[in-house]
Design a protein around this ligand. Structure first.
Ligand SMILES: *Cc1c(COP(=O)(O)O)cnc(C)c1O
Length: 386
């Protein structure tokens, strides 16, 4: 891969997000095959990666999409994803958005609260309603990406869902569950599903969206074992007529790499800092969640040292990794940050007036395709009025 990355840096410059189509296809295939024998609609969580060229690859495999609003719907439209495979999510849907989604024939919505139902969904329309229930299950993941406990802002309790069903059960076609992200154990998924099934039986709800959150191996943890997941969930899922899931990280993360350049190597009295072109503007997960991403220097001729890899921005929180062992690079050397395909580019921003990287796809046959141009400085203020 070293030569490939060097070649990409030569052609497109850095920083650049690099995606490998073969990895993406392999990951998507795993997700698609889990419940293939059931009436299963796998969808991709667009928030994890919204590049239409990548979404198109998944569309061709039969995936639908999980979206938050108009922007992500547009990404899906550009990728050719049919609206009858689209699920609209969110805890802050507006009336205007509802009109927009109906006009664009989006098929499914996950209703986050009783209040949302009263405000937006009491009247008959063509969208199928799923109730997002909060099963009060500890997903044992990072607090910022955990969503299935009573204290979290998402979903409604079983009691609230029942209150709604008692009055409007004929309007509701399914339940939706999403208990968090980067979950590597099967048990929380199983418990949440079984709890929800009890309620589904009572009100004869025949469709279920089991959400996403399937965890990957960033460091020492094991990837969620899909064979065990299947084995544990199948007996319950068999009772439903339609099963939807919404997977982001599991599909995208391992397929993407952030390729960036070292701009400085700096020693203080206590530490060595490798400063790269990219910081929390291009990959915010380390700064936001203390997330770990493996980093590799392409030229491994330097001695291995303990370093912090940091960005160039004016924040102490601007880092890509802390206290990691790295072959000490020189100014201008290339480094790659791994597992950056999910919540990498999609969370990138323009902090400190910096521009966003390009995105390049390495196709199955090894050829390269630019799938997003590097942002230009001149584009930064194009919407400002002076
Ligand atoms: C974030 C999110 C997903 C995708 O989560 P991953 O961990 O990336 O699979 C799916 N559904 C909902 C409702 C989400 O908020």
């Amino acid at each position: 891969m070293k030569e490939k990355f060097e070649n990409i840096a030569d052609i497109y410059g850095t920083p650049v997000y690099v995606y490998f189509e073969d990895i993406l296809l392999k990951r998507a295939k795993k997700v698609k095959e889990v419940f293939e024998d059931l009436n299963f609609l796998p969808t991709v969580a667009v928030k994890a990666n919204n590049n239409p060229a990548l979404l198109k690859i998944l569309e061709e495999m039969g995936f639908g999409a999980d979206i938050l609003g108009e922007g992500e719907l547009l990404a899906c439209t550009l990728a050719g994803i049919s609206p009858d495979k689209i699920v609209w999510n969110g805890n802050g849907k507006t009336f205007e958005q509802k009109e927009y989604m109906i006009k664009n024939k989006v098929k499914y919505v996950n209703v986050d609260s009783f209040e949302e139902f009263n405000y937006l969904w009491k009247e008959e329309n063509n969208i199928e309603l799923f109730l997002r229930v909060n099963p009060d299950i500890d997903a044992k993941t990072h607090p910022y990406i955990s969503t299935g406990l009573k204290k979290h802002k998402f979903g409604m309790s079983f009691t609230q869902a029942e209150d709604l069903l008692k009055k409007y059960s004929e309007r509701i076609s399914g339940f939706h569950l999403h208990i968090g992200s980067q979950i590597t154990e099967v048990l929380p998924f199983k418990e949440a599903l079984e709890k929800t099934y009890e309620l589904a039986k009572k009100y004869n709800i025949r469709k279920i969206n089991i959400g996403g959150g399937w965890g990957i191996k960033y460091k020492s943890e094991n990837e969620l074992d899909l064979n065990i997941l299947r084995k544990e969930l199948l007996p319950t899922l068999k009772n439903f007529d339609l099963i939807i899931n919404e997977i982001g990280r599991f599909i995208f993360a391992p397929a993407g790499f952030l390729l960036t350049k070292v701009v400085m190597v700096k020693k203080t009295e206590t530490k060595t800092f490798v400063v790269t072109e990219s910081g929390m503007n291009h990959l915010i997960r380390p700064a936001l969640y203390g997330a770990y991403h493996e980093i590799e220097v392409l030229d491994k001729s330097g001695p291995v040292e303990k370093v912090d890899v940091v960005g160039p921005l004016c924040e102490s929180g601007d880092f890509l990794a802390k206290d990691i062992e790295l072959n000490l690079p020189k100014i201008g050397d290339l480094i790659v940050v791994k597992n950056a395909g999910a919540y990498g580019f999609s969370m990138a921003n323009n902090y400190n007036g910096t521009t966003q990287p390009a995105e390049v796809l390495v196709k199955k046959d090894g050829s390269l395709k630019l799938i997003r141009k590097k942002q230009k400085v001149e584009e930064l203020f194009s919407s400002c009025i002076i």
